[in-house]
Design a protein around this ligand. Sequence first.
Ligand code: COA
Length: 255
Amino acid sequence: MSDFVNVTVADGIQTIRIERADKKNALTQDMYSVLASSLNDAEGNPEIRVTVITGTADSFTSGNDLMDFLQNPSQDEEKPVIRFLYALANIRKPLIAAVNGLAVGVGTTMLLHCDLVYASNQATFSLPFVNLALVPEAASSLLLPKMLGHQRAAELLLLGDNFSPEKALSYGIVNEVVAPENLEATAMAAAGKLAEKAPEALRLAKSLLKQDTDAVLKQMKAEGEIFGSRLVSAEAREAMQAFMEKRKPDFKQFS
Ligand code: COA
């Protein structure tokens, strides 16, 4: 269990709130474990009709905890992060994200698996995998080019710069950008509407929309293999070390 993920259920809506504000909601394996089991619980619990995932303070999530990357590089299928990614791909009930702030790495890639995404106009998105000498995950290397075309996917995944909620909206990664004070109400209103709908019809409709689950799972596996080998690479060590030392990484030594 984790003290940093709060899960509640009310009126058919499961709300998963990431709460590790002092570390910008960076995700540890314990936190991924709660995220994965919450999604899996939702799947089997008839009381839960829809899940909303959100963050706290100025962060949705700053992505995987970088210390954890250094300490636990393995990417085997039992690892909580992998269980969470597979749960995202497999969940048959609707999933809504309310992106209140920083959405880094998996903070952005998990959105590709959500059905509705609402963002605060204070949110910031980024996919800095290559900046960390890593590769894309969560099947983003499949889903983003499919959604955006190669060039815009390459812009987000290879340059890895921050991008705005307006860009996320224009790229179709978010449904609506709202003022911070309206974010939660907007997401909960959509969740409330879904919670009232015929559950089996919703599940079937979602499965018709998401016909590429097998390809998504296959890509996650392929990405995971490369990601695992990148985590123990000298390039990634330099990138993580640089983050800890609050300096820019120096990749000039690598060929
Ligand atoms: N893993 C571990 N610690 C993290 C973290 C992460 N992903 N993101 C933030 N933190 C920690 C910082 O180390 C800092 O800890 P400290 O107070 O003990 O020094 C604290 O959270 C606050 O972060 P800080 O960098 O001071 O805030 P900021 O507003 O200047 O920048 C970010 C916020 C998210 C842009 C920046 O922290 C960042 O780039 N984090 C790494 C994100 C990342 O690369 N994630 C992995 C993606 S694959």
